[in-house]
Every structure is written in C-alpha cells, then in structure tokens.
Ligand binder design. Structure first.
Ligand code: ASP
Length: 587
C-alpha cells in the first residue's frame, strides 16, 4: 500500500499538476463506457477520481469492478476538471485525479444504506450498523466537535489549576434520584457494586483529601425509563472546589461557556449570566428550566376576576385555585382549527379545556366566554396581560401548580409552532434559590430537591425541623434555552448537619452509616467548605452540532429501550457465569 499524500477533502485548483496518492472508500461510481468516475471518501471529504480507458486500458477495466465502500488507494495526477464539469458544492469540485495506478485494499458487501447525510434510515438500523453510520460526514463532524469540546474543557481546567482525577465505576450507590445499575461481585458472593449515578461522593472526599480543585469528564449511569433524550450512560463534566462560594462556581463556569461558544461556534455569549429565583421561574414560566428567549410570560389574573360570572372561574377561585394567562402575540390570526388543536394539546397536558380571548381593535375581545365578563374585567385583563389588538389571550383556571405547568408547556409548543426563537440564539440562566426539600405525597415524606449533600442556606437553618418546606438550598442549575445544562451546589461539610438532613428525608442513623458512612467518617477529619457542579456533556455538544438528539453525538448510544443493536447488549449469560456469581434467574 502506497502512503497517502493528502486527505480526500484537501486538494484544490492550486494543486493541479501534482502527483498524489489518496486512500479511502468508494462513495459512488459511475461507469460512462470509456471512463469510470468514482468519488473517493475519507474523513476529510471527497475527491473525484477518473479511470480513463484511453489513458490506460487495464486500469480502466479493473476500475469497472469497483463498488461502493470498497477501500482503495489511488495514485495519479491532480488535474483541472474540464470546463462546465466543476462541482461548486464540493470543496474539491474544481479538480479530479487522473489515475495512474490503484490498489484495492479491501472489498465490501453492498452496505444496508447509502453512506450519505441525506439518507433517511431508522435509528435501529443505524445503531446496528453504527460503523457505517459513523462513516457519514455529519457523524464524523459531531465526533470531531465532541473531541474539541472536551479538549477545551481539559485545557481550561488545567489553566485554572484543576486536577483531573478518575473515580471508580465499580462502587457504591450514589443517590441522584435514579435507580442504580448493579454489578454482582464474584469474589463476594451475594454482594453487588453499583455503577455511579455521578462521582458526587468521591469528589467530595477528594476535597477532604485537600485536592482543592478537581474535575473529570466521566460516565454516569442511571437506570431510568428512557424518555426522549436520556441515555442509561451519559457523560458529565464534573467539578468540585474547596473554599468556594456560589459566585466562584458561576464565574468559572461562565468563562468556560464563553470560550466554548467562541471557539466552537464563533458566537459571543453574554456573561455574566442572568439569574432567576426558582419561585420566579415557576410562576412566570411554569418550569424550573425556563426558555426566556421569548416573552409569553404567565400572569396571575385571579385578583381581578374575583367577581367574574364565568362559573368555572369563580369555582376555581373559591377553592383556592388560580386563573392564569399567557398572551400570544398575533394569535388572533389562529384559525378555528388551530384553536381546536391548541385545546387538544392543553387537554393532553391535563387541562379541562382552554378558554381564550381574541383581542380586537378598541379594547374589544371576542370569545365564547366573552359575555360573562364586565367591561371593567375585560379592561383589567387586557391591562394585566398587556395584550393588544391582534393578540390571543389563553386562560388556565385550576390548581395553581398544575395550571402553571400546563401553560409552561403550551408556551414551548407555541414557540415551536410560531418559530419565535432561532436555534443559534443562546440564552443562559442560573436558576437559584431552590427549595432544599420537596414533599413526596405518595411516601408522605420530604425528599431532597437535588441530592442530600446540598447545603441549606445559613439563614434557613432554624427552619430545618420546623418548616422544612420553607428551607432554601445553596444549589443552582444552569439552563440554556430551556434545557438544564448543569446542576450543582455548595455542599454540607459538617457531619452533624449532614446527619440532620438524612434524618429529615427519612434516612435513619444506622442506614446513613451503612450507605454513606465513608463520607460521614471523612467529615470527622477536617472537611473544608466546598461546592461544585456537573454539566451534561452530551447535551452541551448537541447545542454545538445542532443535533436533534444526544444519540447523534455519542459514538455508541443505546436505544430507548436501553439496548445496543450493535453488540446486542444486554444479553443472556451462561449457566456457568451465573453459578460463579452465585445468582439464579427466576423466569
Ligand atoms: N452530582 C450532581 C449531579 O450529577 C452534580 C453536582 O451537584 O455537582 O447532578
């Protein structure tokens, strides 16, 4: 095999006349009688290669046997394409290679799908033949961006004196709110390792060890039902710092994001990022990860409608519910069919129905419910919602929390429907002031809103036992365009407070010792104040690649069912293996 001189995407008109050797895969072949043309592909791009019978009969004959995905090495002269045959869509479109010799390095069966970005293939097929899927230029581009993102992260944290430390994969349960993946231990029959849901406990222990600044780009494992964009194993940029406060984590993260967006996308993002309180996010956007790029904020109009004659509204208000509204700019233009669709969506989200006002000129409104509203009420609604002629006001009456959630989802739907935001417009937000606990109605107990190692605010310590629901935490989420990109907190570093928190969430002393004894013990020996954060690397990369799913930025992803069609994992194991592990499968 001759050593190649160039990549298939590299040659230009300025190279005309050069003798070159290229290696790659046959993308397409066209047999025009006396001339065979192929497009040769490697990860750098494509070059047209010509085998001409007039120049070399034998080579031409051999070239006629080439097929898609054959691996070949071609040597020849770079030549200007004849006038009128240039391809302006290809970076190498002005030239072609006139072959002097070539070698078939390997043949290929016809692939199950064409290696091209335009082909629509189901994910199952793509995953089963991932090695072919990854040959597609867009997939290579995604992996290349992924590599660059990770390199920028490593360079940045190295500059900032962080140490990358690997933490164990075979370990003990780390509570991040999901089920654990468990691995039986052969050497300790009947005992199991858990795969880490995150390196949380180890990174805190590294702080006790005096490491001060830790980071890691690492896999985390969570056994959850795989909704939309989840993977059972995913990658986090995980970090932890000693002697820090919220602002230290914020500015460190903002600079990282600024660099990433500048270096990868050439986009200047605005730092510092805005902050929004959890309560504010929920009441204005119906979610703790709001997309604030478009207005359409939720307003509470309960107060101005206390006397409203519409029965559903008055009933809701007397039973402590709320009447909330959002305004859709220009929404009066929606057809009856579009309104029906919107109502159906609201119903799917759990609403009983969807009341609305179409706003007309002169402070008038039009709607089936209009007659139940006095003129003053209409005026007050228009004032509160700031709706003007041509707008549409959507109302949601019911339990406050549920109504907020429904309107929050409707906002997102309307953003997609009306194309209100651009993909490359990025809005970063720190969501702060989360409650420390959330009430678990089913279990009749308090759970941690984040994980149980999150510190409460010092000023709320007195409320811990009396009114746990009122305690705010020192945690923060980074939200980008309505996506949670990362989450972290200042931690508890004192054993007694950590034990108290375990107790409130129903983990008794013995259990705490059994599950987290190693951390509690470490806290006996001078644990420094510390805090950290973790970012979802896969999701972040989808922002840079513009991919619709994180599966497109992971080399070997799993399906929604957690399977890998390439390797057929998970799979059966032999009787012998079960025996070695002291396990029995009950069917
Ligand atoms: N361990 C947390 C998580 O995986 C992040 C953190 O608190 O640093 O979400």
């Amino acid at each position: 095999m001759k050593k190649r001189t160039h990549g298939c995407g590299e040659l230009r008109a300025t190279d005309v006349g050069k003798d070159v050797t290229l290696s790659g895969w046959v993308q397409t072949w066209r047999d025009h009688g006396g001339v065979v043309f192929i497009d040769l592909r490697d990860r750098t791009g494509f070059t047209q290669v010509v085998f001409n019978t007039e120049l070399d009969k034998k080579i031409h004959e051999e070239a006629r046997r080439l097929r898609c995905e054959y691996v070949i090495s071609v040597s020849g002269k770079v030549s200007k394409r004849p006038d009128g045959t240039e391809n302006p869509k290809m970076p190498t479109g002005k030239i072609e290679i006139i072959t002097k010799s070539f070698e078939v390095l390997n043949t290929s069966e016809p692939p199950p799908f064409e290696i091209s970005d335009d082909v629509q293939v189901s994910e199952d097929v793509r995953f089963a033949y991932r090695y072919l899927d990854l040959r597609r230029p867009s997939m290579y581009k995604n992996l290349h961006i992924r590599h660059r993102v990770c390199k920028i992260m490593r360079d940045y944290f190295t500059e900032e004196s962080f140490l990358e430390v690997e933490t164990p994969i075979l370990t003990k349960s780390t509570p991040e709110g999901a089920r654990d993946y468990l691995v039986p231990s052969r050497l300790n029959p009947g005992k199991f390792y858990a795969l880490p849901q995150s390196p949380q406990l180890f990174k805190q222990i590294l702080m006790v060890s005096g490491l001060e600044k830790y980071f890691q780009i690492t896999k985390c494992f969570r056994d959850e039902d795989l909704r939309a964009d989840r993977q059972p194993e995913f990658t986090q940029l995980d970090l932890e710092m000693s002697f820090c406060e919220e602002n230290d984590i914020f500015s460190l993260s903002e600079e990282l994001m600024r660099r990433l967006f500048k270096d990868i996308l050439g986009i200047k993002i605005k730092v510092p990022f805005e902050r929004i309180g959890y309560g504010d996010a929920i009441s204005r956007y119906g979610t703790d990860k709001p997309d604030t790029r478009f207005g359409m904020e939720i307003v509470d109009i309960s107060k101005i409608l206390t006397k409203c004659k519409l029965k559903i509204f008055s009933q809701v208000l007397t039973s402590n519910g709320s009447i909330l509204a959002i305004t859709v700019k220009g929404g009066d233009a929606f057809s009856i069919k579009e309104m029906d669709e919107l109502t159906a969506i609201a119903r799917d989200l759990g609403a009983g129905g969807l009341a609305y006002f179409r706003v007309k000129e002169g402070g008038k409104v039009k709607a089936p419910i209009e007659k139940y509203f006095s003129e003053d009420e209409v005026n007050a609604v228009l004032k509160e919602t700031t709706a003007v002629a041509g707008d549409l006001i959507l109302f949601m009456a019911g339990k406050t929390a549920a109504s907020r959630e429904i309107l929050g989802s409707l906002r997102l739907h309307l953003n997609r429907k009306l194309n209100l935001t651009k993909k490359d417009d990025f809005k970063f937000l720190w969501v702060v002031d989360f409650p420390l606990f959330k009430y678990n109605e089913e279990g009749k107990r308090w759970d941690s809103e984040h994980h149980p190692f999150t510190s409460p605010r010092a000023e709320d310590l007195d409320l811990l036992e009396k009114e746990p629901g009122k305690v705010k935490s020192r945690s923060y989420d980074l939200v980008v365009n309505g996506m949670e990109m990362g989450s972290g907190s200042i931690r508890i570093h004192k054993r007694d407070l950590q034990e108290k928190i375990f107790k409130i969430i129903g983990i008794e002393k013995e259990e705490a010792q059994m599950r987290f004894g190693f951390l509690l013990d470490a806290f006996k020996y001078g644990a420094p104040p510390h805090g950290g954060v973790a970012y979802g690397v896969d999701r972040l990369i989808t922002l840079f690649t513009g991919s619709d799913t994180i599966r497109d930025v992971i080399a070997f992803p799993k399906t929604q069912k957690g399977t890998c069609p390439l390797t057929a994992a998970p799979s059966d194991i032999s009787e012998q293996q079960l025996k070695e592990l002291s396990l029995k499968i009950s069917k």
